[in-house]
Design a protein around this ligand. Structure first.
Ligand SMILES: *[C@@H]1O[C@H](CO)[C@@H](O)[C@H](O)[C@H]1NC(C)=O
Ligand SMILES: *[C@@H]1O[C@H](CO)[C@@H](O)[C@H](O)[C@H]1NC(C)=O
Ligand SMILES: *[C@@H]1O[C@H](CO)[C@@H](O)[C@H](O)[C@H]1NC(C)=O
Ligand SMILES: *[C@@H]1O[C@H](CO)[C@@H](O)[C@H](O)[C@H]1NC(C)=O
Length: 374
């Protein structure tokens, strides 16, 4: 009923008819509600009496058997009090940007445990990069998806150099033997192809989500299910507040990674993306094909896999974005907005590891280089 008509109503008539309607409602609801609650319980009972099917996958995914989250006590969200006002917490396409304080991990953990979610994390330990594995896995055991099921997928050409680790329950290490490439650019770019191929052949059977990161890193604080979403990217720490013009997107029109100067949302880091296996397949497939097309045309995007990733995210926007808390370099200091540094670049001994961006010859670029090592 439109509001203006309502005010015209004769008060007494109005009151009596409202009384009547309310009475009818109470009677009807009482009768129906009782019945529907009972049948709801009956259906729950039927579900729980269902012979449990051997495969965990089916029974835990059946929406009928999902039990409601238990009682939890926490502060009520405040409509006019955003938890943070110093940072952007949502993009114009309504993807959340994840900062400390913007979420309640207890609620999220309960939701993801209920779905019995399994997370795969991929890293590439090619050639001498095997030296980073130990720190990576040891810190991940401490901070990454604690309490959830995790598969570490280590792509390497030196499986014998990966030592045994004692992992917590529900976590396992899977070593994937892959070829090495001569140039670091090729090693970096081929990651897209390898993730794509394994996603298609294997990962979809073993995990729900994939998190694809660089190995020359260490976890320094908790990284949990708050990062999971259909497809997510991470703000590159070196460009988190940069103008479009300053982004190091590919600017040559001949490249498939080309982005015009008047487009672009953020500059995403090549060393941290993920999502469901299906979405990661789409992303890596796009990037690999775009690289191959460029290769045929004898052009390679300026920042290799990262340039193609940025092109993909411009037109297939991520459903969640990780703030620089999730990817930081200590040489950049600790600004006020950064409440946690969860995942940090491990300083490299360049002469021992052979800097993959080998730019020592050009000291002017050294600073950008360090950021790019991500
Ligand atoms: C991070 O956020 C939590 C709330 O989720 C808050 O209790 C804590 O103080 C924050 N940490 C910092 C360093 O601001
Ligand atoms: C790792 O541990 C397993 C079981 O304890 C053992 O069979 C295997 O040989 C070990 N591998 C290495 C490289 O030490
Ligand atoms: C690259 O060129 C080769 C040979 O001409 C062709 O077979 C292949 O399909 C091309 N690949 C792409 C991605 O354009
Ligand atoms: C870096 O590696 C080189 C070559 O292995 C070695 O000589 C040098 O001592 C190392 N430097 C540091 C700081 O570890």
């Amino acid at each position: 009923m439109p509001l203006d008509k309502y005010t015209d109503c004769n008060r007494k008539k109005c009151f009596l008819s409202m009384l009547f309607i309310t009475a009818v409602f109470i009677i009807a609801f009482g009768w129906y509600g009782n019945k529907s609650i009972r049948s709801h319980y009956e259906s729950l009972l039927r579900c729980s009496q269902k012979p449990s099917i051997a495969t965990e996958d089916i029974s835990t995914r059946d929406p009928l058997t999902v039990v409601a989250i238990g009682r939890m006590l926490y502060d009520k969200p405040q409509t006019f009090k955003p938890p943070r006002s110093d940072v952007l917490m949502v993009t114009p396409w309504l993807a959340p940007i994840i900062w400390n304080g913007s979420y309640n991990i207890d609620i999220l953990n309960a939701q993801f445990h209920q779905r019995n979610v399994r997370v795969g994390i991929t890293v590439f330990a090619i050639k001498k990069y095997t030296v980073f594995i130990k720190t990576f896995i040891e810190t991940a055991e401490q901070f990454f998806m604690v309490g959830h099921k995790v598969n570490y997928y280590v792509f390497t050409d030196r499986a014998n150099e990966i030592s045994n680790f004692t992992l917590s329950e529900g976590r396992q290490l899977v070593i994937l033997d892959v070829p090495s490439y001569k140039q670091w650019q090729e090693v970096s770019m081929r990651r897209m192809e390898m993730i794509r191929d394994y996603a298609y052949q294997r990962f979809y059977k073993e995990v729900d989500y994939l998190v694809c990161v660089d190995v020359d890193m260490r976890f320094n604080d908790f990284v949990g299910v708050e990062i999971l979403s259909d497809v997510f990217g991470t703000l590159h720490p070196g460009f988190h507040n940069a103008q479009r013009g300053a982004f190091t997107y590919e600017r040559r029109q001949q490249s498939t990674a080309y982005i015009p100067r008047d487009e672009g949302d953020f500059y995403y880091a090549g060393g941290y993306f993920g999502g469901t296996v299906e979405e990661v397949y789409k992303l890596t497939n796009f990037c690999h094909n775009a690289m191959m097309t460029d290769k045929n045309n004898s052009i390679e995007a300026v920042w290799h896999d990262e340039s193609y990733l940025n092109k993909y995210f411009l037109y297939h926007k991520p459903t969640k974005i990780l703030s620089p808390e999730y990817l930081w370099v200590n040489s950049m200091g600790v600004p006020q907005f950064l409440k946690r540094r969860r995942f940090l670049a491990v300083p490299k001994n360049h002469s021992a590891i052979r800097n993959k961006r080998a730019l020592q010859k050009n000291p002017g670029y050294q600073k950008v280089e360090i950021l790019k090592l991500l």
